[in-house]
Design a protein around this ligand. Structure first.
Ligand code: B1M
Length: 207
């Protein structure tokens, strides 16, 4: 679909005005919000990731693309979440300490809200204790953590250890590009989800 390719292109160019306008147009054309998300915004951001890895572009370029991603994502949020009927239980989510990547975590939050969970989003760079203290205080049934860096994914274990130390029945689910099912098993997390949709399925199974 031409408009989806255009959104992806402008996202890669870091043109947030164009991404905003074209996403609005795509929504007005009644395109499925999940298709807009997957085939333009996430597709464009994946290309940016590859180029960054090969040193073809640099950090300021990635930042501009992330800003453009939000120009589209912010409009899709209410549509992705609109099926929500609240009351399935509270979950606490956040990006682990030392990690500033929040796009994937925000998507997980949107999808969980859409599925009817009450989501407490602690944001990014969240210390391990904060996850656990908040979950206990709010009587949340689950903690969801995101990590995008190999250097920060190790902080997930600290949270799992704190939860297990308390013998608490809080479940822990993890996700993010460097994370895997094997890693989840290794640190004793209850589940690993490969994307935001899968996160909803896993959370539903767990609580
Ligand atoms: Co950074 N960065 N970045 N970055 N960045 C990556 C992650 C990297 C893979 C790029 C690369 O080299 N190819 C690389 C990590 C290498 C590694 O550790 N192996 C990297 C690096 C090195 C860095 C810096 C260290 C760069 C530097 O300073 N030299 C720095 C670190 C800063 C820090 O965190 N302390 C940095 C900074 C940044 C920006 C700030 C510029 C920006 C983030 C902006 C923001 O988030 N607000 C940024 C971006 C945008 C990226 C890439 C290009 C895109 C990430 C993204 O948002 N993808 C990324 C390359 C890549 O991943 N292809 C890269 C879209 C998003 C929808 O996907 O987050 O994977 P993702 O989420 C997915 C799934 O993983 C899953 O669901 C989502 C899809 O539905 N998921 C979960 C995620 N969390 C989940 C939780 C769950 C379940 C599923 O349950 C709770």
């Amino acid at each position: 679909m031409e408009i989806l390719n255009q959104i992806s292109e402008y996202l890669q160019q870091g043109d947030d005005d164009k991404v905003f306008a074209l996403t609005k147009e795509a929504i007005e054309q009644d395109l499925n919000p999940k298709v807009i998300l997957d085939n333009s915004l996430i597709a464009g951001m994946n290309i940016i990731g590859e180029k960054f890895k090969k040193h073809e572009i640099f950090l300021p370029d990635v930042l501009m693309s992330a800003k453009a991603m939000y120009a589209g994502l912010d409009q899709l949020k209410p549509l992705l979440a609109s099926k929500g009927i609240s009351g399935l239980g509270k979950v606490v989510i956040g990006t682990v300490q030392g990690d500033l990547h929040d796009i994937g975590k925000n998507l997980v939050g949107i999808m969980l809200k859409g599925a009817g969970f009450d989501v407490i989003d602690l944001g990014k760079d969240v210390p391990p204790e904060k996850f656990v203290e908040t979950a206990k205080r709010e009587n949340a049934k689950l903690i969801g953590m995101s990590a995008l860096l190999t250097t920060t994914m190790t902080n997930m274990k600290k949270v799992v250890d704190l939860v297990r130390k308390d013998n608490s029945d809080i479940k822990v689910i993890i996700g993010g590009a460097p994370v895997s099912k094997e890693f989840a098993d290794e640190i004793g997390a209850d589940a690993y989800a490969y994307d935001a949709g899968n996160a909803v399925e896993c959370v539903k199974e767990l609580i």
